[in-house]
Design a protein around this ligand. Structure first.
Ligand code: MF3
Ligand code: CO
Length: 249
């Protein structure tokens, strides 16, 4: 069931989104060789608490951390780690902020020090894919229009699009209908209406789109071929004036 949000509710989600975007802005300054994703996780949790918010991911289906930290071949749901990031790594930090019961969800990929041209191009393309998807998030379009725009662009650049994880509706709970695949045909799926709030969160891989979830921890999803993966995610509202990105400053 799709839960439509009022303008007032969207403004509450916007507040959560501004807080989340501020955390990403700070993380961008922190990321350098030698820092650990553990420290980043501690920072994010503390920042949320200092601003009257809570980390929605912590405790979600038993997940233990405020953030997901997914380096290099990790697609998503990596655990924050005390192992230092090193020059040339890429890392995706994903989190969900709960402010007064309303949620916002955003992931961003960062380069650590100087990264390869291959990694840099992957990051740039994944971010562009997100914004091309967002452009399609207008009243009257369908979910498939978002999916198709992302897949066409990503594959046109020689990348694969992860199938096993999708965007989603979001509001008072993290995952609501409709689900938003980042691949598939245009013109299909749920029709977009004013008041829908969605995440779009493409994960692009240099090699195969196949993912393998770590058997030991039950969460960490890696590329099957060990090649790089990146992700950018925003939460946005469908409005009569077009997509309103809630997790952007
Ligand atoms: N932020 C993620 C999403 O986009 C959720 C991560 S799963 C969790 O859906 F368990 F870590 F919360
Ligand atoms: Co999400």
């Amino acid at each position: 069931m799709v839960v439509l949000k009022t303008k007032e509710e969207i403004m509450k989600m916007r507040e959560a989104g501004i807080l989340l975007a501020t955390i990403h802005q700070e993380i961008a300054k922190m990321i350098k060789p030698g820092i650990t994703t553990w420290e980043i996780d501690q920072f994010a949790e503390r920042f949320m608490k200092e601003h009257g918010a809570t980390p929605e991911q912590k405790g979600y289906h038993g997940y233990q951390f405020a953030t997901c930290a997914s380096a290099n071949e990790v697609i998503c749901h990596g655990f924050p780690s005390k192992k230092a990031l090193k020059d040339g790594d890429i890392v995706t930090i994903d989190m969900v902020v709960n402010l007064n019961g309303w949620l916002a969800d955003s992931a961003w990929s960062y380069s650590v020090g100087n990264v390869s041209e291959e990694a840099d191009r992957l990051l740039t393309t994944t971010k562009e894919a997100l914004f091309l998807g967002i452009e399609q998030a207008v009243v009257g379009n369908r979910i498939g229009d978002i999916s198709h725009a992302i897949q066409k662009f990503a594959e046109g650049r020689g990348y694969s699009v992860v199938r096993d994880f999708t965007g989603h509706g979001i509001g008072k709970s993290m995952h609501e209908d409709p689900y938003v695949p980042h691949y598939g045909p245009a013109g299909k799926g749920v029709r977009l209406k004013e008041g829908m709030v969605l995440t779009i969160e493409p994960m692009l891989n240099v090699g195969t789109y196949h993912a393998v979830v770590d058997e030991e921890d039950g969460w960490t999803a890696r590329t099957r071929d060990g090649k790089l993966s990146a992700q950018y995610e925003h939460t946005l509202a469908i409005t009569e004036d077009g997509p309103l990105i809630l997790t952007q400053l």
